[in-house]
Design a protein around this ligand. Sequence first.
Ligand code: NDP
Length: 305
Amino acid sequence: MYELIVIGGGPAGVAAGVYAARKKIKTLLITDSFGGQSLVSNDVQNWIGDISVSGFDLGKRMEAHLRAQESIEIVDSDIVTSIEENSDGFTLTTEKGNTYEAKSILLTSGSRRKKLGIPGEKEYESKGVFYCATCDAPMMGGRKAVVIGGGNSGLEAVRDLTGYAEKIYMLHRRDTLRGDAVTAQKLEKHPKVEFIYNALIQEIMGETMVNKIRYKDKESGEEKELEVEGVFVEIGARPNSEFVKDLVDRNEKDEVIVDHKTQASSRKGIWAAGDVSDVLYKQNNVSSGDAIKAVMNIHEHLGDL
Ligand code: NDP
């Protein structure tokens, strides 16, 4: 019986693991990887203490920091698929069929990329439709690409593509971007980049590979086509919270609803932090801080028990 099981190895999970170890809480951390969603970033520039770090290096350093804690146990190639409440706490079952018992649980299972759900998206997946610019931008050498979505992930995708593609369009459904203004202003001046606003993508077309998209101009109602060989979908994420849907309250976005003072969920004994929670700002630094808040509160809860 562990006092705490942390689910996830992103910035929230790792921060929780380090703090729990230092509080001598008997802890197990279960994850399939370290570093969270930044793992695919070429260049993270806002992780405090690092002017610039690749997502890969950040993940490695997080893992090393966690493994340096003597008292923490780690399962690093499995994921939790279900949780059951029992008289002493909770029983967790993993994809590999292992079970673990805990008095308390911290959910830091993050989120995964959303899909557009339009004609052609599924058909051309990996044949010109991509969800990871860092991984697939090199395939756009000398070609034209379009990034869908006006958030920070979209802007990062555009930035990654400037190193390879001949022309990059950023197609956004509104007239203002959601992502950081500083990055956007730099990209707007880039000779290869063109921003198209108020544009709703309708269809991805091609033959064996993508060769164009069709979109609707929201203002004129006109349908237009854009010749591109790559479509990079960066329209946000959905939280990995299905496995607790019968245990804790979630909002309409499937985020686990927490008390933002303590990170406690609606179920006694379960806390959540990072992108799986209903935190407004999905940021590595915020996720770490929220997870630490949760561990402080879990420590008090275990003391009361
Ligand atoms: P966001 O939710 O921030 O942005 C998603 C974008 O996609 C929005 O512009 C949204 O439009 C658009 N969108 C959503 N659904 C559709 C659709 N069906 N069709 C067309 N467009 C759509 O997601 P991100 O992945 O960009 O970022 C997630 C979080 O991670 C954010 O909090 C972000 O700040 C953070 N992040 C931070 C980074 C950093 O700080 N370095 C790097 C990357 C991400 P609309 O604006 O109209 O809602």
